[in-house]
Design a protein around this ligand. Structure first.
Ligand SMILES: NC(=O)c1ccc[n+]([C@@H]2O[C@H](COP(=O)([O-])OP(=O)(O)OC[C@H]3O[C@@H](n4cnc5c(N)ncnc54)[C@H](O)[C@@H]3O)[C@@H](O)[C@H]2O)c1
Length: 295
């Protein structure tokens, strides 16, 4: 099923998200809360999902106030994105609670950790890959299923990092960098699967890792676009330690704008990727890094 190009959408509405629910994993974090608020201001309802029991009280009050002013709605659920078995029942609950179907995802949940590769604790390495890669996949999978079920188009944004393209100069974060590179490839793979039925050969080859192959033709669904967003260094509350070590000043010297970014600078890129403005964009990475990787 090809979806018609949204040629009649007025230019002013290209960033609007009215009548849609957008889920944000890692929704209690710096990027999640800021982008979530921007979505409310753009007409969309939001579902914030985070391992934190609750968001910061003052920030949640701000979210609720923003929702009220914009006639939109905000929901918060505590959940660990790595706990595969808890995700389907959680999505059943979310489907009951929201007033519009899920049409978008901003997958922000992520962790990092420094350590020299020769000494890297393998459990930490696994944990980082589990949260950043498997957790992102599990949420994208649940959102994709939900969109198929509701027979709607959608847009998925995986928050990767410039660290998926280059190695962070000055700090040793091999697990994080590898995980973010994996997200770039996950983006292309999901975009190919969910863009158009022509993209997959019918059937699948049985193997040890594919014990239930089906030769049935796959169902055709409205397209889901999948893109990643790769931020450069962001000034957030958790970068306090980096600032104390002088890393923030060093990072500012490593990009073409001579400063690290602010979290608000990821609002427009996310809204663009979620909305009709990016209707012909899928399988791509949007790098927003002050030119860090262009040098
Ligand atoms: N801050 C930066 O400089 C920077 C740069 C590039 C990319 N990023 C990426 O942007 C995204 C958001 O980062 P941020 O700066 O807002 O960080 P943050 O720590 O403020 O937010 C991340 C959120 O993810 C949540 N989370 C962690 N593990 C989880 C789990 N298992 N299940 C559910 N939620 C979980 C945390 O509780 C937190 O609220 C991350 O993926 C990060 O890797 C950040």
């Amino acid at each position: 099923m090809t979806h018609p190009a949204p040629v009649d959408v007025p230019t002013r509405d290209l960033f609007r998200l009215d009548g849609r629910t957008i889920l944000l994993s890692g929704g209690a974090g710096a990027v999640g809360l800021c982008v979530g608020k921007a979505i409310l201001e753009s007409g969309g309802d939001i579902v914030l999902l985070d391992v934190a029991q609750s968001p910061n009280a003052a920030q949640w009050e701000d979210i609720e106030e923003t929702a009220k002013i914009n006639n939109t709605k905000a929901f918060y659920y505590q959940a660990d994105v790595t706990e595969a078995e808890t995700i389907p029942p959680l999505f059943d609950r979310i489907r009951e609670d929201v007033r519009f179907p899920l049409r978008g995802l901003v997958a922000c949940a992520g962790i990092s950790g420094e350590g020299d590769a020769v000494d890297y604790d393998i459990n930490v390495f696994r944990k980082i890959l589990d949260v950043n890669v498997t957790g992102t996949f599990l949420v994208a999978q649940a959102v994709g299923r939900d969109m198929h079920r509701a027979n709607v188009t959608g847009s998925i944004v995986l928050i990767a990092s410039m660290s998926g393209w280059v190695s962070n100069r000055g700090i040793n974060t091999s697990a994080y960098n590898a995980s973010k590179s994996a997200l770039h490839q996950l983006t292309r793979s999901l975009a190919a699967e969910w863009g158009h039925p022509q993209n997959t050969f019918p059937g699948s080859t049985p193997s040890d890792t594919n014990p239930n192959p089906s030769m049935e033709p796959r169902k055709a669904y409205p397209p889901i676009r999948v893109n990643s967003l790769s931020p450069g260094h962001i000034e957030t509350p958790i970068s306090e330690a980096a600032r104390k070590r002088g890393l923030t000043d060093e990072w500012a010297r490593q990009n073409m704008l001579g400063r690290v970014s602010q979290v608000q600078e990821f609002r427009a890129p996310c809204l663009f990727l979620l909305g009709e403005g990016s209707s012909y964009m899928t399988g791509a990475d949007l790098r927003v890094d002050g030119g860090h990787c262009a040098w």
